[in-house]
Design a protein. Sequence first.
Length: 424
Amino acid sequence: MYGKTLPHHISDSNRRIIETSGPSRRVYQVWKGSNKFFLGGRLIFGPDARSLVLTISLIVVPVILFAIFVSQKLVNEFQHHYGALIIAIALIFAAYDIILLFLTSSRDPGIVPRNAHPPEPTDNGNISPGLCAEWQGSHGGSASLPPTKDVLVNGIIIKVKYCNTCMLYRPPRCSHCSICNNCVERFDHHCPWVGQCIGRRNYHLFFMFVSSTTILCLYVFAFCWVNLKKIMEAYECSLWAAVLKSPVSGILIIYTFIATWFVGGLTAFHVYLICTNQTTYENFRYRYDGKLNPYNHGCIHNVKEVLFSSVPKSMNNFRAKVKEDSAGFTSSHSLGRVVSPDMPKTSFDLESGGKRHTVAAEELEDIQSQFEIGASERCDTQPPHSSWPADKGNWEITHDIEALAAEFGMEHGYGDRGNTRGIP
């Protein structure tokens, strides 16, 4: 087979561009979002992951107080080891709650990979010509992408927005989280208590966490009352006297009562959202009440879809390797193009047959791949764009690409294929 030796007549500067392959890095190490990664990219958290410490404390501390100061008295009151069972249930339920919290917070919520460059105007789908003209007119007549486009969902036309940060048209029910700086599928909300976005891949875990926390609060609340009642019966005293004998029971009753209103109300609200197949974002922004919800297929089907459907795989491989050389080039995982944080995102507008083409500066990778097999055959290979203008005044070209083109006998115009062989 062919070797990977480069032709001897390539200049040293261009040889360094082609041959240099710097240290391999992982996708999570060059991630543009605000997420925090742990265990080599296996766990992904939001930028406010520290709030998990407070959330865990609000769950663990009351359970520990219940197990030490309340349940121990119940052990002596109940026969046949029922008292020990009360403690065991509280501890197991608390551990289950913490596991759900960790799974919700450390999972990719459904992040949509961002593009390295905006999509082509011809790929915008069904865009209203009037909207496109109005958008271009408001931007000085430049060929810009319109802010929205129409998409048909279950027979209903909805508008999806263009995300300038991720450079893509968001899929239906997708929204950009300003805290995590990512577009998230079926975006529900960003939960500060969890420290993560709640989206398509972790919504069911979030609902299980909130509902199990509600049950745990009710459990501690109920048995604190049982403890006070046992004290009242044993000492034949009033409720206030029983609280003085077991102040922890009184504190936990007040605490769990307030917490139940919070997490219980949140659970009830999400039960309503699940039964109507809405997200928190849609409920507050669009208000489907009185309007036709394109995602509502009946209560039973909605519950199946939200809670019992299979969880899709993550669209991101955070542990995938990317190449970064000494010049600062990083290979994009999603598009396979060379992206440099220091390189200006220059694009060249090319006119051909009345149609505009955009050639990004990152097209250098296409030229590099042509040199690896052999220079002699690659001189006959056609460039990725079939027709380029002969007038050099319409576009610019970098010095490295110009030198590479000159060394292989390619004229700057690229308008005639014969020019690649030096034919006038």
